[in-house]
Each structure stands twice: as structure tokens, then as C-alpha cells.
Design a protein around this ligand. Structure first.
Ligand SMILES: [Zn+2]
Length: 403
């Protein structure tokens, strides 16, 4: 994510100021569209002439188009502006078993998406994704393709340009960005799945202004995306957030990372399946969905396995709460389909470990869309700049100036 350091005023050239103003205007259009130039000036606090200059440039660059004509009580009819829906973003959500490739417009609305089994190795995976992407481009010749966003069940080391640490994917270290860019000639952005969910939350939930949030993805493994003080934390090698591989019991069952007794060994979908299989015969091919439906139809062993998993999810979250103090935890995963079972157990476990103040709000989010929309934001943020709370911060600075 591009960051602007407002404390470093010495290097703030007029070019930086122009970039900030452009990003403020573009984000206001995104959040409030359709919006008139007069309202843009009023809300941003920028001069009318500055707004006109920036919007003309955005129209020329085909990021913004003139929308419908508005009606004012006293005769004048302003032209509204909105984002250009012809700007399209291609996305791929790679999961250990299944990969989804899709096409969305600049507002995160999906025009197409389809899934296929995830190929066994990295080269075949990159080839298949590139093939699907190129077919989508042929099918929509009138769109302007901005780039490809990829969500991964692993981490992307930006400095080394390599996918690293993807123990549930088993593709090994590889340069997915390079091979996709070569095969498609489009710019490719990669991000961890939990971080992609964070981006989806801060981009596509305009009413929310959370500045401290952790997304916990519960599926084949456990991932976390950390958003603190209004910024996504990536850390050295992009490895921040691997709480799923902190050992809760060093003598516990083996984990895919090579360790033993990690949080995800007890709290992932696989933990519940393993628990069930320990007591029920002929359940080798059972999926997590099967387990949910068995529990729904009164199988008490299935319900117990799910409850045990829910307790483990909540117990591990105590690490997040004690260490990061988020005001909100968002849970993404198949277990959210039975939130009435999982939610209360997780909340009680977290509440029992609170050191001070109120426990964070814990809420479920729909998983597959969160990852896909997060990758749309991943590509867009290169152009929109710091987006999350731009509007809020503009208002704050206006209030300060008015004093
Ligand atoms: Zn582990």
C-alpha cells in the first residue's frame, strides 16, 4: 500500500501535493458517486479550480466519466461524475484445492468468475491462470484492463519477488508475479488471502471507519491480516500475521509448517475433520461441508468436533487481542455459515481472556467474495493511493483549519 508520510514535510514537493489532491478527489468520487464538482470541492475543502483541473485530468485518463445530469432547485443542472466502469480488474484467488479466476469492474462488481481445481505445481498453476485471464480479455474486448490481483494461501516477499511460506499450497518458492506478467503482459499484484480480506473490508465497506482490525481466515489453515492505526501490517518478508503457526502445545499433532501443535492444528477446518474421523469409521473422504451438514441433521459427534474447533479459534484469538488490541475481529471461512454455533463460543473464549476494557466486536464475513474483492482493491490502490479513511481525515483537517 502506498503511504504518504505527512511528518516528512521537507520533501513534500508540489508534485506530492498534486498526488494527494488527485487521490482525495478520486476516492471521493469512488465513495460518493455520482457526485458533482461543486460537492467535490465542498467535501474535500479544495478550490473549485483545483477540482476542475483534477477531474479533467481523470476524465482524460479514463478513470472517471460524466454521469447523469442532476437537478437543483434553482435551475442549474450540474453534471455528476462517476468512476469509469470500463476500467476492469482481473483477479485470481488461489486456494489449496480450488482456484477462482474472475473479472470485476472498478467498483468491485463481478462480470465473470469461474473455478477450477488448483494445479499441483507452480508452473502449471501460472499457466492455467494466464490462460483463463487471456480468454476473459478476448471475451470482453471493450474493457480497459488495469492489471491482475492474486490472493494466496501464503506470503509474498515483495523485495525478493517470490511467493514464500505457503505450507498448505505446496508449490514451493516461486516467482508467480514474473511468470504471470510475462504470459499476460499485465501488471500483477500479489497478496496473502487474509490481507486481501482486510483490503476488501476497508475498500468496500464505506460506512465503516475501523482503524484497528484483524481478519482471521479459518479454512484449510488459519491466517490473519492485521490492520492497525489505519494501515496494513506486512512486516519483514511480508510475514506479519502468521499467528496460525504459533505452537499452543509443542507436544501436539504435526503441522504442515513442520512444527507441532500450532494454533491452526486445533482451529482449522481440518482440525474438526480430524477430530470427527478419530471417533467415526468410514469418514476418510469427509469434507468440512459434510461435517456441517451432519451436525445440522443431529450427528452429535459432528457437533462436538465443531464446538471443539470453535473453542480453539477463540482461545487463539486471545493472542491477537492481548498483542494487538483490535477493536474488531472479522472471521472469514466456511464456519461462518453456522455462525449461530461458532460465534457465541468464540466470543465467550475471547471475553474470558480480556485484560482491560471491552472485548473486540467479532463478526463473520462472506469468504470467497472477500478475497476476490480484496484483490480488486489490491490492484486499484496503486492508482487511488491511501484510500481507507481519506474522507474522514479530510474532514478532520478541515475542522482544524476552521478553528
Ligand atoms: Zn504450523
Amino acid at each position: 500500500m502506498r503511504r504518504i508520510d505527512f511528518t516528512n514535510t521537507q520533501v513534500a514537493s508540489s508534485e506530492t501535493a498534486r498526488d494527494i489532491n488527485r487521490s482525495v478527489v478520486l476516492n471521493l468520487i469512488r465513495r460518493r458517486q455520482p457526485i458533482s464538482r461543486a460537492d467535490l470541492a465542498r467535501v474535500s475543502g479544495l478550490q473549485r479550480s483545483t477540482v476542475s483541473l483534477i477531474t479533467e485530468q481523470l476524465i482524460e485518463q479514463r478513470w472517471v466519466v460524466n454521469g447523469p445530469t442532476g437537478r437543483l432547485p434553482r435551475g442549474r443542472r450540474p453534471t455528476f461524475l462517476r468512476l469509469n466502469e470500463k476500467r476492469a480488474i482481473l483477479v485470481a484467488d488461489i486456494r489449496p484445492a480450488q482456484t477462482t479466476v474472475g473479472l470485476a469492474d472498478v467498483n468491485g462488481e463481478f462480470l465473470s468468475q469461474q473455478a477450477f481445481p488448483t494445479p499441483k505445481d507452480a508452473a502449471a498453476g501460472a499457466q492455467r491462470i494466464a490462460q483463463e485471464v487471456n480468454e476473459l480479455r478476448k471475451a470482453y474486448p471493450r474493457l480497459i484492463f488495469e492489471g491482475i490481483g492474486v490472493s494466496l494461501p501464503g506470503r509474498y516477499d515483495e523485495a525478493a519477488s517470490r511467493v514464500i511460506f505457503a505450507p498448505n499450497l505446496k508449490w514451493g518458492e516461486f516467482d508467480l508475479k514474473g511468470s504471470l506478467e510475462k504470459a499476460t503482459r499485465l501488471r500483477v499484484e500479489l497478496e496473502n488471502a487474509a490481507n486481501a480480506c482486510v483490503l476488501a473490508e476497508i475498500w468496500f465497506r464505506p460506512a465503516e471507519h475501523t482503524r484497528d482490525m484483524v481478519v482471521v481466515t479459518v479454512s484449510e489453515g488459519i491466517g490473519t491480516g492485521i490492520f492497525l492505526n489505519g494501515q496494513l501490517m506486512r512486516g519483514a518478508h511480508g510475514m506479519a500475521g502468521e499467528f496460525g503457526h504459533v505452537a499452543l502445545n509443542p507436544a501436539g499433532p504435526k503441522c504442515t509448517c513442520g512444527g507441532q501443535g500450532c494454533w491452526e492444528v486445533y482451529a482449522s477446518n481440518r482440525a474438526a475433520i480430524r477430530e470427527y474421523q478419530a471417533s467415526v469409521k468410514n469418514a476418510e473422504r469427509l469434507t468440512f461441508q459434510d461435517l456441517l451438514s451432519r451436525s445440522n441433521s443431529g450427528d452429535s459427534i459432528a457437533s462436538e468436533a465443531l464446538d471443539k474447533m470453535a473453542h480453539a479459534v477463540g482461545q487463539g484469538m486471545r493472542m491477537l487481542v492481548a498483542g494487538l488490541a483490535p477493536s474488531e475481529i472479522v472471521v472469514v471461512g466456511e464456519c461462518t455459515a453456522q455462525w449461530e454455533r461458532f460465534g457465541p463460543i468464540i466470543e465467550a473464549e475471547v471475553a474470558a481472556g480480556i485484560l482491560f476494557g471491552k472485548p473486540p466486536r467479532i463478526r463473520p464475513a462472506e469468504g470467497s467474495m472477500a478475497r476476490l474483492r480484496g484483490t480488486v482493491a489490491l490492484v486499484l490502490q496503486k492508482h487511488f493511493g491511501p484510500s481507507a479513511n481519506v474522507e474522514e481525515e479530510t474532514k478532520v483537517s478541515q475542522k482544524k483549519a476552521a478553528r
